[in-house]
Design a protein around this ligand. Sequence first.
Ligand SMILES: NC(=O)c1ccc[n+]([C@@H]2O[C@H](COP(=O)([O-])OP(=O)(O)OC[C@H]3O[C@@H](n4cnc5c(N)ncnc54)[C@H](OP(=O)(O)O)[C@@H]3O)[C@@H](O)[C@H]2O)c1
Length: 335
Amino acid sequence: MPTSARRWVLASRPEGKPVRDNFRLEEIDLPDPGENEILIRTEYHSVDPGMRSRLSGDSYAAALPLGATIDSAMVGVVEKSNNEKFAPGNLVTGGFGWVSHALSNGRGVQKLDPSLFHGPLRPTAAIGALGIPGLTSYFGLLDLGKPKEGQTVLISSAAGPVGATAGQIAKMKGCRVVGIAGSERKCDYVRGLGFDGAFDYHDANLAEAIKTHCPDGVDIYFDNVGAGMLDAALLNMKEHGRIVVSGQVAEYNAAQPIGIRHVTRFITHRLRMEGLVVFDYFKQFPTAQAKMARWIHEGALQYTEDISEGLEGSADAFIGLFEGENLGRRLVKVS
Ligand SMILES: NC(=O)c1ccc[n+]([C@@H]2O[C@H](COP(=O)([O-])OP(=O)(O)OC[C@H]3O[C@@H](n4cnc5c(N)ncnc54)[C@H](OP(=O)(O)O)[C@@H]3O)[C@@H](O)[C@H]2O)c1
């Protein structure tokens, strides 16, 4: 059993794009689990673009204090248990962050059901397609977007886990789906998932490129990016169109908000724009997860993971999200 653990902490608050020096890898002592506690060894942890706002304190969630462990989801194995609900060897998920091991009293820790997680539904999907990214796509698209057969859905950061899942669900609803992504490789990937069209936004006149791919206009814009992409989408929205604000990755590192300019379109085109905090749907998570698990087992929903090796690379894996490095859900394999 380990007597020490490694963890990444916030060393300084990023200004602009995060850099390696904003993070510090530390070794800490790990006591034996106390009464009711379990010791978990991390197998994988996620890195999430939404974490960026918490690093500088600009989020709906509290700012991460300096010196605190960087938050994320993890899949791990129970190594030792003094808690009757868990046994050594259990595969679990929890929110312990960028750590090699965690001690827990079991609150917020969920055992993975082996009858669900087998075949194409790998344990890592619990923190991806069935985790916060997949649930964001599910509730954002279905509850806020309200897609109807024949409608056109435009999705930014389409090759990320949120965008790729939202696009596939929109296809299941009979929509025409167009993705925007940062490379031809990513565009090929989303076309392979069934998207009807995709284009690389680099060097594109965004408003014109959207018009070319959505000649009849956009009914639902599922926005993961914000800034200029949101403005360009606004110019292409159909009357009574809906904009789902899932993420604003192009705003996260901006010193000043970039914002939108074409606000008049909301009046002329009777548009609605609504933001989403996926945790608001917490009570509905099990139902959505059961449905998405079935889709994955039936082959109707696919997901891709982008896995880097070793806890020492966690900060770089996170920073790379803002360079467009990841295709699919970015995870770090810790052990
Ligand atoms: N509202 C909620 O409750 C909730 C919950 C979870 C996640 N989210 C949000 O959902 C969004 C998608 O999350 P995800 O996990 O699927 O991550 P993701 O889309 O894979 O995010 C990383 C990708 O964002 C794109 N990107 C990075 N910087 C960019 C920039 N300046 N301009 C345009 N694109 C940029 C890059 O793809 P390209 O190569 O295509 O540029 C990069 O690979 C995020 O904004 C996240 O914060 C929201």
